[in-house]
Design a protein around this ligand. Sequence first.
Ligand SMILES: [Zn+2]
Length: 108
Amino acid sequence: MFCESESSEMLHDISTFSMDKSVKDMTVEMCDSKLLVKLSWGVDLVATEGKYHLTCSTKFRNSYHSFQRAQYNSSSLFNSTQAKAQVFAEFILTIETYIEQATNVFKL
Ligand SMILES: [Zn+2]
């Protein structure tokens, strides 16, 4: 189900509901459109006798893990950019307050 190849590698059945669920979850999370098309939602893979090659399943899981890492990296990058912006905004505010006060002092 992860590939179209007619390789001679042994096919394994998707025999557990937890595997069915994890494949669906990973597919949705990665927005893997090719697999999304293959999986008709509401139909479980155990009942429809989904089959897979062990190497293809491993490849799929690996790509999911690198997807997760990429997600994590981009979100932490976003957070640090946000933190910098926050610090900068506070810095500007401090200067503005200082200028205001200085102007008041100058007026007196
Ligand atoms: Zn395969």
